[in-house]
Design a protein around this ligand. Structure first.
Ligand SMILES: [Zn+2]
Length: 519
């Protein structure tokens, strides 16, 4: 568990770049324009780092929070395309993948190749979608402006492997101050982090373009100011230990003045807007999932048992009740979770934007309790949008709902439900083939329908989506063994499955070889 962000076998010594600059150096030598890393090369480096992060115990694909972040991230991407900041070439070549980390520290970071890291700690402190958009827009702009490729110039003596290790080391060092990993990586990682920091000009550019992107996407520019204000207060409290974002993004008065001058005239400055209910619930979800220790989970109930809560703003009540219900669920107390949920339903019934997260939380509680009758499960499936004849176009599908549908179908264990959800997931995966969790859910559904070959293939795809090609090969070989052991009667469906498995096996083998060539 310690050294969680570090790839196995690395230690502080191997992370020191060969012939490295002393720890006091503040920037990596920026070489001329012609030496910037090519986008294909940057993507390979990003994949290398992402592969380690996918394996990290702190990596979290929480469908509900991921959906919330995507609701901000996708409009930003679209806006960057419209503005021309994101070129078609880069759009196609990079991953544009947001990875959530369970870490409690306030941080978001751009990684090579279009990967973006967002800590739950950040989600827990932002007060609005606009504030989140300001941080994500800024990080997105670091990527679209090719700041990373300029930092990692081609002709440094460091191999991509070493650069990847340095970045992972810097991430480990930015973790919660109480984490053992921070001690273990020590000074070397800090040196690496200093080398990997963006220049002031890059920061200014990311601010300017990020602001343009977020306003084009329809977010309030005010979010940038309130976020700055929040970071500034944290800096004043000397709280940068739990705000690594501050260390990599120092708030100079110049930077703040620059941004304020860009805001529309007459925009009120740093006024905290009342958080909406949905946002309050998502921020609370991040807080609960960032700290799942029993003691921390128990504190949530005390808040909602306090009669004073009833006089708090509605959004605050909704956040507290959502948190208490989720915490009770984590503590495996569905009775208490349902009591909190009932209060939450009462207070959010007036707010249309709250319907989805409240419905999803209710489903999570029911599925964890495992006490629903078949009739109740069928009713739950209907509430989650599962109908017998699946006609939902993929654009209208909601990922958290799909994944919950899969769980309901497995508990119900009836053919009609299993096959409807299977179809839904297949449709979803045609446009989202990188969705490891959806592949995993599909594998479970195939198993429940005794389709072992397809289950193995889906498991292989789940591994491949996390860039673990060795794991994927393992599943595909198991599928081929199964085919040999059970030669089929030759139905066309079996032939199609067999040929897909053989094709994927060759493709993945090629990817594995590529990895071996570029260690
Ligand atoms: Zn920045």
């Amino acid at each position: 568990m310690a050294c969680a962000w570090l790839p196995a076998g690395l230690n502080a010594q191997t992370m020191a770049p060969s012939g490295s600059t002393p720890a006091s150096a503040t920037s990596l030598p920026l070489l001329g324009d012609g030496s910037a890393m090519a986008s294909a090369e940057e993507r390979r480096l990003g994949d290398r780092i992402a592969r380690e992060l996918f394996r990290d115990p702190d990596y979290l694909d929480d469908p509900v929070l991921a959906d919330y972040v995507q609701g901000v991230w996708q409009p930003l991407l679209r806006a960057a395309r419209v503005r021309g900041d994101l070129t078609p070439e880069l759009d196609e070549r990079f991953a544009w993948h947001v990875m959530l980390g369970r870490d409690r520290t306030v941080n978001a970071f751009a990684l090579p190749g279009g990967y973006l890291g967002v800590n739950l700690g950040l989600l827990a402190v932002v007060s609005s979608r606009d504030e989140l958009a300001s941080v994500l827009g800024h990080e997105l702009s670091h990527v679209t402006q090719r700041h990373i490729s300029r930092l990692i110039a081609k002709d440094t003596a460091q191999t991509p492997w070493l650069i990847g290790a340095m970045i992972l080391g810097a991430l480990a060092a930015s973790k919660s101050p109480d984490a053992a990993s921070a001690l273990m990586v020590g000074g070397q990682a800090v040196a690496a982090q200093n080398q990997l920091n963006f220049s002031r000009d890059m920061e200014r550019e990311a601010d300017r373009i990020g602001l343009g992107v977020m306003t084009q996407a329809g977010f309030e520019a005010q979010g940038f100011v309130t976020m700055f204000d929040k970071l500034q207060q944290a800096a004043r409290l000397n709280d940068s230990g739990s705000y690594p974002y501050l260390r990599s993004h120092p708030l100079t008065t110049e930077r703040i003045a620059d941004m304020q001058s860009r805001l529309p005239l007459g925009a009120p400055q740093a006024v905290a807007t009342a958080p909406q209910m949905r946002h309050a619930m998502m921020a609370t979800r991040a807080k609960v999932l960032a700290n799942t220790g029993v003691d921390a989970l128990r504190t949530w109930q005390a808040q909602v048992d306090d009669p004073g809560l009833r006089s708090a703003p509605a959004a605050q009540q909704a956040g507290a009740l959502y948190g208490a219900a989720l915490a009770a669920l984590q503590l495996r107390d569905p009775t208490l979770a349902r009591r909190n949920l009932a209060r939450l339903q009462a207070i959010t019934s007036v707010d249309a934007g709250s319907a989805e997260p409240v419905r999803w939380l209710g489903a999570e509680i029911d599925l964890t309790a495992r006490d629903l009758t078949p009739a109740q499960l069928t009713d739950l499936a209907t509430r989650l949008g599962l109908r017998e004849a699946t006609t939902t176009p993929v654009a209208n599908m909601r990922r958290p709902e799909l994944l919950l549908q899969a769980q309901v179908a497995l508990q119900l264990n009836q053919n009609a439900a299993l096959s409807s959800v299977t179809q839904n997931l297949q449709t979803w995966l045609t446009t989202q083939p990188q969705d490891a969790l959806a592949w995993q859910a599909l594998a479970g559904l195939y198993r429940a329908q005794n389709q072992s070959l397809r289950a193995l293939r889906a498991e292989a795809e789940a591994q491949a989506a996390r860039l673990d090609y060795t794991g994927a090969m393992d599943r595909l070989r198991a599928a081929q063994d199964l085919m040999r052991a059970n030669p089929t009667g030759g139905s066309s469906a079996d032939h199609i499955d067999a040929s897909i498995i053989d094709t994927r096996q060759r493709q993945i083998e090629a990817l594995l070889k590529q990895q071996a060539v570029n260690p």
